[in-house]
Design a protein around this ligand. Structure first.
Ligand SMILES: C[S@@+](CC[C@H](N)C(=O)[O-])C[C@H]1O[C@@H](n2cnc3c(N)ncnc32)[C@H](O)[C@@H]1O
Length: 222
């Protein structure tokens, strides 16, 4: 199988896919960041994995040149997700499948602080991304691009306080302050409340991820 990993980052998933398809197959990782592509190339891999600098909405590949396309935690960053989905459709062979895996950041729940500030801070976090609702929108994104047999599997991930704070909540506070959703004092109070909840062993954080799969119909035009 020929597999394309869109938004491959440092290439770990592309290397894992290359192992699955074996040397008779091929896995190409593309990323719009030259830093990511350089690092992916530096980390290397078997001869049938390669890394290419390209944006998701202008893939430098011919029509029908892959059997499967995947994009993990990428569509949330795209201003034009429909254009990227159309490109995934174009480069897929008929009958091939695309997988989009993304968070929907408005499913982020945090227990431990007051409701009003929590809502404002977490909404600011979701809104700071180009496509913070990627998760819920994947079903329609794939359908509009021409995919059929579209199926979405939602699931939730929980994070302990340290990881939640380092990966999400610190950013959320900064996004909320920058957008004016909360003032500095309110933000500090929010963090204090969460720390206190953590101290009592009552902090809880979770968010939703959505895995959407669609098929390019067997008899479709590229
Ligand atoms: C959160 S990382 C995910 C990396 C990898 N897919 C993973 O799951 O570990 C998002 C990646 O998408 C890339 N990206 C963002 N916008 C892109 C675009 N328009 N076209 C291609 N890649 C893009 C970023 O450079 C980054 O490497």
């Amino acid at each position: 199988m020929r597999v394309l990993d869109v938004g491959c980052g440092t290439g770990d998933d592309a290397r894992a896919v290359a192992e699955i398809v074996g040397p008779s197959g091929r896995c190409v990782g593309v990323d719009a960041s030259s830093m990511m592509v350089d690092e992916a190339r530096r980390r290397g891999g078997p001869p049938h994995v390669e890394f290419v600098l390209a944006p998701a909405d202008a893939l430098p590949f011919g029509d029908a040149s892959f059997d499967a396309v995947r994009a993990e935690r990428v569509f949330q960053h795209l201003r034009e997700p429909d254009a990227a989905a159309r490109e995934a459709f174009r480069v897929l062979a008929c009958g091939g499948r695309a997988l989009l895996l993304d968070q929907d950041w408005e499913t982020l729940v945090v227990a431990g602080a007051g409701r009003a500030a929590t809502r404002r801070i977490l909404n600011a976090f979701a809104d700071r991304l180009a496509n913070g609702w990627a998760g819920r929108n994947q079903y329609a994104t794939l359908k509009r691009a021409g995919f059929d047999e579209v199926a979405v599997t939602p699931f939730f991930v929980t994070l302990p306080f340290g990881a939640a704070y380092a990966l999400l909540l610190d950013d959320a506070v900064e996004s909320a302050k920058e957008s004016g959703a909360v003032g500095g004092e309110e933000a500090e109070e929010w963090v204090r409340e969460l720390l206190a909840a953590h101290g009592r062993g009552e902090f809880y954080c979770a968010f939703g991820l959505f895995a959407a799969i669609g098929r390019k119909p067997p008899e479709s035009q590229a």
